[in-house]
Design a protein around this ligand. Sequence first.
Ligand code: ADP
Ligand code: DP6
Length: 332
Amino acid sequence: MYAGKARAYTNIALIKYWGKKDERLILPMNSSLSLTLDAFYTETSVSFDETLTEDVFFLDGKKQDLKQTAKISKFLDLIRQKQQLTLFAKVDSQNFVPTAAGLASSASGLAALAGACSEALNLQLTETELSRLARLGSGSACRSIFGGFAEWQKGDSDQTSFAHVIPSDKWEDDLAMLFVLVDDGIKDISSRDGMKRTVETSSFYPGWLENVETDLATAKQAITEKDFNKLGEVTEANGLRMHGTTLAAVPPFTYWSPESLNVMQLVRLARKEGLPCYFTMDAGPNVKILVEKKNLSALKEFLGKHFAEHQLIAAYAGPGIEMIPIERSEEL
Ligand code: ADP
Ligand code: DP6
């Protein structure tokens, strides 16, 4: 038996990944940039075991159905193929983040799985190789290998598509992200299905591609200059453009709820009142607000008039993937 365990933190994209040019290899249409966060993470153990007759996947202690397990098996198959391994595996994962609610559980989940597999099989991967491996599970997962700001350079092949750290002189330690949870239920349309439908049918999609590389360059420049407003403005604009593409998909859809719009209006109001903060959203109705640490309590107070305390969760910049030593008693 080969066993390994890893912890990976979620990341939220400031410049979004939206669309694949190769679905099997998960090669993206555009490069993206994210901030890894400390508040939400996944811990995953994997054991490749000769006594198993199929892969089994437990998430938060519950055995997962065939569909969920098939996704994991597809990823394990890639590793088994590369390593010429025939053993089935037990995957036991704990999400310290709501699953499939637009809070990036797929990023932390698949990064942790890639890390655990690499540990179990003693693959001795570099961070770049681990990022490429995680990418094959879920695109955004390739950024969760790294702490702080990460850029996923789109590349044009399995070899050239991976994430790396963006040098920032630790500026991310001055920043925070406030999550406004308006709904933590499972969404109707996964990111995977949403981006596929958009690429294939949305007449707005070419407009997304026209702007995104410029947005990325602006964001990187803002990080170099430690210019919070520049980073916030481009983050907000880029997120809105991504969500704009879904409205022209066939059939059209949106991840926004009335409550999401309410939060966006409140963020604009906060800005008007002199509190610099900017929103972004992913494939779900929850809103994330980028704010400087020094203004976090003022923002919480401002939003506290509209939301319960448990709906407001603050996160700071988080670390890269961590391998966790396995205790013998934890093994299968
Ligand atoms: P989210 O916004 O949470 O990332 P997605 O729809 O993009 O939502 O991804 C959710 C999917 O990611 C889940 O349905 C599951 O397939 C996968 N996932 C989430 N957590 C884990 C985990 N801990 N281990 C493996 N896969 C996971
Ligand atoms: C909106 O990485 O979950 O959060 O590669 O199909 O697994 P797959 O998709 P996923 O998509 C994330 C989309 C996003 C934007 C982002 O994180 O960049």
